[in-house]
Design a binder for this molecule. Structure first.
Ligand code: 5GP
Ligand code: ZN
Length: 137
């Protein structure tokens, strides 16, 4: 897609700090890193989100994430990493070409990890799991 910035990067029409590629996947540094080494891993084929990816691209991107994340983490002296995929505008997706963030984490980075969690009222977990399982069957 010519109006997609990540397709333009894949095509070589926009520069990036490339860290790795194969036939299906490109990985490059995020231009506005959350942490040093913050890397984006994308399928070369345009898809808006994971629901539009082929199984082959999903497998290739997953394999790339598992390969790249520990290397980047070690290289920047981090102790762990977050893998993040924002899917949909409401979830914070800005670039509409599916991408996975590798964000190296250090104990002392002060960024924390905070979800606002809750619990299910009595019976709601049973009901919800059954409904989702039914929709998937
Ligand atoms: P999202 O919020 O869609 O999950 O994340 C999009 C990410 O893409 C952001 O972290 C942003 O910094 C990064 N980004 C946006 N435009 C460019 C670009 O032209 N080059 C690179 N390398 N990263 C970009
Ligand atoms: Zn694209």
């Amino acid at each position: 897609m010519s109006d997609c910035i990540f397709c333009r990067i894949v095509a070589g029409n926009l520069p990036c700090w490339k860290v790795w590629e194969d036939a299906l996947v490109l990985a490059f540094l995020d231009i506005n890193p959350v942490a040093e080494g913050h890397t984006l891993v994308i399928p070369k084929a345009h898809a808006r989100d994971i629901t539009g990816m082929t199984r082959e691209d999903l497998a290739a991107v997953t394999a790339a994430l598992a390969r790249i994340a520990p290397v980047v983490t070690d290289l920047v002296g981090a102790e762990g990493f977050n893998l993040l995929n924002n899917c949909g505008c409401v979830a914070g997706q800005v670039v509409e070409h599916v991408h996975f963030h590798i964000i190296p984490r250090k104990e002392a980075d002060g960024r924390g990890y905070r979800w606002i969690t809750s619990t299910y009222p009595e019976g709601r977990g049973d009901q919800l799991a059954a409904r989702i399982a039914g929709a998937l069957s």
